[in-house]
Ligand binder design. Structure first.
Ligand code: NAI
Ligand code: MG
Length: 491
């Protein structure tokens, strides 16, 4: 079997090729683009640039596998392979974490404790979940019995962002495979490395050829667009920007593909005066700045009840100043590099805008001295902006938060909901009734109370309003990745 494995050439540069039908391929025309390490801005490898041709090959391979070897296996065999993928990810954890950090600029301390272990757990979780999943059955007196059977949707396109590359890719891939589908993956162009290695890992786990295919490339006029408009793709699960979701929806409408979208957020973090302030401060540090603030659920709009405003802000600023920005491979680093120089520029533009609008930059607001060669930015806290500032309305997706005081519950709920987004919210209070009352009025798919990013993979994950379409997680993933056929038998 001619598998040209990336691990054989893990020496630099790392060339990311497509993985189609169990083999690594360059692009037909040989076209590639550079992969850049955002912490050093050095070229660390090349990426095959796929387009319609490569997507056609991948979709055809996925279709053959869907109706062939993958379908002909027993559910037990499929589950065993899916679990094995998780096992191999854990065995190769260090290598994967290193690649993820090189690609994204995130601290190695994060990729090795969050991204890669969660990627493995995604496979273990959905393999186990599948074993216990049933369907519905109803009996109508002695007249009829109805029961539903679950079948795969078919060939599914999985289009991924760069912020949590392997974690989010596998969050889709594991349930997709567990439900019996085959996949064509389009990794984010900025973070192709761990996805590339995943091809080899699937192969080593005994995944039949064509079940998992990976095509690299960009979005518009490239692999992403080709996948989302492909007539033989049955469904698309996409995580990324809201604007991209709208374009994909339009492309997918031609053959009415099933869609699941996890999109942007502008999430409120609401702190009532009765909260445990030290805990609110230390968790807000995470919800603001972990992964350089490049997290869809980051609590970028902080609202603090006026009585506690000064106390919170003093402690929050003091702790933020202590965060160490820099080399992602340094174990003491808290905040690594942003994903690219373009993105850093975009985030800096928001900071400049805040200054023009008369906002107060309490800390940060600039590139750290002596680190100009990488895409670094100090964690930034801004106050004094108006409710309609673009910094309050738009997703910045960087280490920048705004803090605003509020006087009463109703007012803060109205401000929290004053957005097109509705992904998540965080509430800090020790008043049980208030926690329930406010949580039920915030227009978002998820509300964290006295916590943040405390994940149970069985729960519905996703957003309302323009933050998404549908939910993933546990049974919700299974619902998306399968079709039900109801069978009615007259007795
Ligand atoms: P993006 O939307 O620019 O790109 C995401 C993926 O879509 C990439 O693979 C890209 O190549 C592809 N793409 C772009 N245009 C396309 C098109 N016309 N057709 C098909 N594919 C296309 O998003 P980015 O910048 O990679 O990720 C950041 C965004 O992702 C943020 O807005 C963030 O909030 C969101 N996100 C949402 C999450 C959620 O669970 N709700 C989780 C993580 C990120
Ligand atoms: Mg990269």
């Amino acid at each position: 079997m001619n598998v040209q494995t990336p691990s054989e050439k893990l020496v630099k540069p790392f060339d990311c090729q497509h993985y189609i039908n169990g083999r690594y391929f360059p692009s037909e025309k040989g076209s590639t683009f550079d992969n850049i390490n955002p912490a050093t801005q050095e070229i660390i490898g090349s990426v095959a640039e796929g387009g319609k041709k490569e997507v056609d090959l991948a979709v055809a391979a996925a279709r053959r596998a869907l109706n062939g070897r993958w379908k002909n296996m027993t559910a037990d065999e499929r589950i065993r392979i899916i679990r094995k993928v998780g096992d191999i990810i854990l065995e190769r954890k260090d290598e994967l974490a290193r690649l993820e950090t090189l690609d994204t600029g995130k601290p190695l301390s994060l990729s090795s404790t969050l991204d890669i272990p969660r990627a493995a757990f995604n496979f273990h979780f959905f393999a186990d979940f599948m074993r216990g999943a049933g369907t519905e059955a109803y009996q109508t007196d002695d007249l009829a019995i109805n029961y539903a059977i679950r079948r795969p949707v078919g060939v599914v396109g999985l289009i991924n962002p760069w912020n949590l590359p392997l974690l989010l890719l596998t969050w889709k891939l594991a349930p997709c495979l567990a439900a019996g589908n085959t996949a064509v993956i389009k990794p984010a162009e900025l973070t192709p490395m761990t996805a590339t290695l995943l091809g080899e890992i699937c192969h080593d786990a005994g995944m039949p050829d064509g079940v998992v295919n990976i095509v690299h490339g960009f979005g518009p006029d490239s692999a992403g667009a080709a996948l989302s408009e492909h007539p033989d793709v049955d469904a698309i699960s996409f995580t990324g920007e809201t604007t991209t979701g709208k374009v994909i929806m339009e492309a997918a409408s031609k053959t009415l593909k099933k869609l699941s979208f996890e999109l942007g957020g502008k999430n409120p973090n609401i702190i009532f005066a009765d909260a445990d302030m030290d805990e609110a401060v230390s968790t807000s540090l995470k919800s603001s700045f972990v992964n350089q603030g490049e997290v869809c659920m980051s609590g970028s709009r902080i609202y603090v009840e006026r009585e506690a405003y000064d106390e919170f802000l003093n402690k929050f600023v003091e702790k933020t100043k202590k965060l160490k920005v820099g080399d992602p491979f340094d174990p003491d680093t808290n905040i690594g590099a942003l994903i690219s120089s373009e993105h850093t520029e975009r985030v800096m533009n928001y900071i400049e805008l805040a200054k023009r609008e008369g906002g107060n930059i309490l800390t940060g607001g600039k590139r750290p001295e002596g680190q100009e060669s990488g895409c670094f930015l100090e964690p930034t806290i801004i106050t004094g902006l108006s409710r309609n500032s673009r910094l309050i309305k738009e997703e910045i997706f960087g280490p920048v938060v705004t803090v605003i005081p509020f006087d009463d519950e109703e007012e803060v709920i109205a401000q929290a909901n004053d957005t097109h987004y509705g992904l998540s919210a965080t509430l800090w209070t020790n008043d049980l009734r208030r926690a329930h009352r406010v949580a039920g009025q915030i227009e978002s798919g998820m509300v964290w109370v006295n916590s943040w990013f405390l994940r149970d993979l069985r729960t519905p994950f996703g957003g309302m309003k323009q933050s998404g379409l549908g939910r993933e997680g546990g049974i919700h993933s299974l619902e998306f990745f399968s079709e039900l056929t109801n069978i009615c038998i007259k007795l």
